[in-house]
Design a protein around this ligand. Structure first.
Ligand SMILES: NC(=O)c1ccc[n+]([C@@H]2O[C@H](COP(=O)([O-])OP(=O)(O)OC[C@H]3O[C@@H](n4cnc5c(N)ncnc54)[C@H](O)[C@@H]3O)[C@@H](O)[C@H]2O)c1
Length: 378
């Protein structure tokens, strides 16, 4: 394949970042943009100086064009329908996070990708951070022994979005789906995508619903805080918490406890927006015993100036051009979708709920952003 022809669906905030990244790739041509609000795609094309790019008022019309791939940049609830339609139209898909809202939607998306042979890659750019890869390499090397407990999450002291992010019919979920999905991806990708079996969760929206803290409080329908205990098949648990708003500076470090060592991961910076959830690691510390004594080792971090968002878009575009599999496969991400689905059900029911993933979903697959066993051992 020579040039990769791309369509952009949804022309809001994040679509601009997709366009900026694609334009740095000489083998990519942005052929079409669609937005459900009439005139918005055309205005986007004008604003970004995209010249001859065609505009459409529906994703269906865009999908009838001659395109190799699409970036889906629409609100969460529409991800499922648009991704399934795009895959059925024979397009390769880069879908913004979160993958979907419910597990059922996620499973149908994975199934459609398998049936059509078109890739479905989900936009988790923190995976391209070299220190995220280092974290995965340390855990996967076996240095910690058997990992039996992990804790992750974090978020913001104050940082609630508005608009399409807070209405249930568009967003499906709040902080959980918006930033919680990053934390879950980090933990699950590090632990090798174990299969969840049960979730007990609590969510609240004391800040979003309060006009003192949110100017659109009367329209705020999702959670601004959530905490959950997730049980996995291999007798491992994950404690997970996320916040768009709280009266606290941080929800603590990320940690992995193993039978031979423990690993503490701290966010970069101490500000109220800092968090390992967005791919910025400030320190990694290994706790282990040597010669009978408690030993603490600081893991040297990797300095870099990578633009993680560009790396995500580049990897996807090159995978389309070279016929490679999805860089961040939906088969992996559907596991966190099962957890988010469980969290929302458990919070509503106010009790633990079981999570059922069909056989064949949730294997420890390797992605190009992940590591082989050989790499992990080195
Ligand atoms: N990876 C990241 O760093 C990152 C950052 C921000 C947002 N996101 C994700 O990107 C998605 C979009 O976020 P945003 O900030 O751009 O939202 P936004 O509200 O700014 O833009 C969404 C656009 O999609 C359009 N739209 C809605 N339904 C549509 C449909 N059915 N067909 C075509 N267009 C439709 C809207 O009119 C709007 O222009 C969300 O899922 C969000 O979680 C990812």
């Amino acid at each position: 394949m020579n040039n990769v022809k791309i369509g952009i669906i949804g022309s809001g905030g994040i679509a601009g970042a997709h366009v900026a990244a694609y334009r740095k790739l000489p083998f990519v041509e942005i052929v079409a943009v669609a937005d459900i609000v009439p005139g918005r795609a055309a205005a986007f094309i004008e604003r970004h100086g995209l010249g001859d790019t065609a505009s459409f008022d529906s994703h269906e019309e865009l999908l009838r064009q001659e395109l190799d791939a699409v970036s889906i940049c629409t609100p969460n609830v529409s991800h499922h329908r648009i991704a399934v339609d795009a895959l059925r139209a024979g397009k390769q898909v880069l879908l913004e996070k979160p993958m979907s809202v419910t597990l059922q939607e996620g499973l149908e998306m994975v199934q459609t990708s398998r049936e059509t042979g078109c890739m479905l890659s989900i936009g988790f750019q923190p995976r391209y951070d070299p220190n995220m890869k280092l974290l995965q390499r340390i855990v996967k090397s076996g240095r910690l022994g058997q990992v039996y407990y992990a804790e992750t999450g974090g978020g913001r002291r104050r940082g609630m979005p508005g608009g399409t992010f807070i209405r249930k019919e568009l967003a499906g979920a709040g902080a959980m789906a918006d930033i919680g999905c990053y934390s879950l991806d980090m933990a699950l990708n590090t632990m090798g995508h174990p299969r969840p079996v049960a979730v007990s969760a609590f969510t609240s929206n004391h800040f979003g619903r309060n006009p003192l803290y949110h100017r659109e409080a009367d329209q705020f329908e999702v959670e601004d805080f959530g905490a959950a205990m997730v049980r996995f098949e291999n007798d491992m648990v994950l404690q997970f918490k996320i916040s768009w708003a709280m009266h606290m500076d941080s929800l603590g470090s990320t940690m992995f406890l193993g039978t031979d060592a423990g690993l503490k991961v701290q966010p970069f910076g101490a500000g109220p927006w800092s968090g390992v959830w967005d791919g910025k690691i400030g320190a990694m510390t290994l706790f282990h015993d040597e010669f009978g004594g408690h030993t603490t080792t600081e893991v040297p971090l990797i300095g870099h100036d990578l633009d993680l968002f560009f790396e995500k878009v580049r990897d996807f575009a090159e995978a389309v051009r070279d016929g490679r599999p999805a860089p961040i496969p939906a088969d992996e991400i559907v596991i966190q979708q099962a957890i988010i689905d469980g969290i929302l059900r458990s919070a509503e029911a106010k009790r633990e709920v079981s999570v059922e993933l069909p056989d064949g979903v949730g294997c420890d697959s390797e992605s190009s952003t992940g590591l082989t066993d050989d790499q992990a051992a080195s």
